[in-house]
Design a protein around this ligand. Structure first.
Ligand SMILES: [Zn+2]
Length: 189
């Protein structure tokens, strides 16, 4: 049993059809959970993405960079809030080293606030990402799920080192993914 099984032993209901499913078996999209790709498809069909209008591509690009860089800053904060340290040397390049810090008390409220802010920045960026026609990047951003990190941050106090390592690993993966998008948008690649 992997560490994610413990976290996702919980059950939840599909946002689209309300079927009760194990959370680890759900698909995550725009902050919601679904039982199947069919339900995701139905939801997206009924709720098409918002697209920014009236601006220039340069303006949209700038907005994406500002919002996504702020989101990346929240990921760094998240690691600090759970007792680690995070040093991202270059927001537009390779991921910085995330170095484990001394054991610290988990500030779960702060971690929760970081996740909330990250989601807000991503939500604000999405209409600009769509306006640039970057459908794949938008999909990647819409499927980033930080709940497992949040769940783990609850138990740092009892499983300090192990959970801090897991949190760092998942946060680093997310950071890489999001960082690659902002890099691609910034360079128009
Ligand atoms: Zn469903």
């Amino acid at each position: 049993m992997g560490f994610l099984d413990g976290i996702f032993g919980r059950k939840t209901d599909c946002y689209q059809c309300e079927k009760i499913v194990k959370e680890r078996n759900t698909l995550f999209r725009r902050g919601l959970r679904f039982c199947s790709s069919e339900c995701v498809g139905l939801f997206l069909h009924e709720n098409p993405p918002k697209t920014a209008v009236g601006g220039t591509p340069a303006h949209y690009t700038q907005q994406v960079i500002v919002e996504i860089n702020s989101a990346l800053g929240e990921l760094a904060q998240l690691v600090r809030a759970t007792g680690g340290s995070f040093s991202a040397a270059n927001h537009h390049g390779a991921v910085g080293n995330i170095v484990g810090g001394a054991a610290a008390l988990t500030d779960f409220n702060q971690a929760m606030s970081c996740v909330g802010q990250f989601n807000d920045y991503v939500r604000t960026a999405l209409p600009y990402v769509h306006a640039l026609g970057r459908v794949n990047d938008a999909e990647t951003l819409e499927t980033i799920d930080l709940d497992p990190i949040l769940m783990m941050s609850r138990s740092v106090a009892s499983h300090g080192g192990l959970q801090q390592g897991n949190i760092r690993r998942l946060t680093e993966e997310t950071y890489q993914k999001v960082s690659a998008i902002v890099h691609a948008v910034a360079t128009g690649s």
